[in-house]
Design a protein around this ligand. Sequence first.
Ligand SMILES: [Zn+2]
Length: 386
Amino acid sequence: MSLDTLTGLLQDLIRIPSPNPPGETRAVAEFCEHFLQKAGFTTQLVAPDERAWSVIGEIGNDDGPTIIYHAHIDTVPLGRNARWSYDPFAGEIDNGRIYGLGSVDDKAPLAAMLYAGSFLAERADDLHGRFVIVCAADEEVGGQLGTKWLADNGYLPPADFAVVGEQTHNRVATAHKGVLRAAFHVAGRTSHATDPWRGRNAINGMAHLILDIERYQRDVLESRPHPLLGPASINVGLIEGGVGSNVVADHCTIRVDRRMIPGEDPRVVMDELRALAAGRQAEDDERTYTVDSFLVSNWFETDAENEYTQRFLAISAELTATPAEPIGYLPGSDAKHLVDVVTGGMVVFGPGSYQVAHSTDEYTDVQELAATGAILRRFLDQTLFQ
Ligand SMILES: [Zn+2]
């Protein structure tokens, strides 16, 4: 298979839309299954419902390590105001870039993984170990119906090493952040705006709480950075409250996104947020401060000294002329759902940047994609033919 074939494979994948929501992945899953079967893999096409189809392809034997390559097959939906310069479902190539929705997130690593695996069958007699490729549904909305479901229901074999395809510019990431979402509420008392002293303005109370949150970010979170990911953070992303300018507001809610760094216990983080509400409450007994609606998506961190991680680092450093040092990946990934399946090392790796993902005129650089394919292929060569 040539570079042209890898490029063509990515174009084919872009031409099968799989936006999530709605998360219908059957067509793209069937394409991957067909490709894998032609490449000599045994496959399973599975779903927990009528939409979220995933494919697992497997080749090899018990006589060596089990290696998983994982990429997700769903994409984000098109932006509501998206004005693409290219057809988002055509896979057009311009100036060395392949354009399309999902072209980098996550169909580029998906194509590179399929490509890397397609060379194994012709040397099947010399294989020592097992290669499993996971084409997973549902990542863009949390992976509950995709990788989490596959892992919980025994579809994924215990593995010695895994590569989770995401956008790292072909650097090797050994950690990513987690997310904890929550809502803070302030309850006050309405009154006529002509004499607001009779009421208890919930929005004013929230203003103080937001300043407390800002101090928490600066004084607490920024004082304990992670070596690869920097500090944890908290963002106030939404605020709502009150009924009109002539009424003192009796309620105000904010929604926050608290990014966790590896090592942070979500229960402790929840306690920190509760302490912020309690701290404000202690200053103000005329309003009520609460926090609830916690939603957790965990962080991931792996041992960079693992032998397979070290080998993967060495290969990617050689083929991209970058330092053989791990990096952190700021967004989340399905790696968090694989921690019980993968006993050894696990890395997040792929072409392009997450800053290009989820945006208009998403693209993958053709040369960078070729390097991704070469790295993934060489790692299998060095690991499964000993
Ligand atoms: Zn992704």
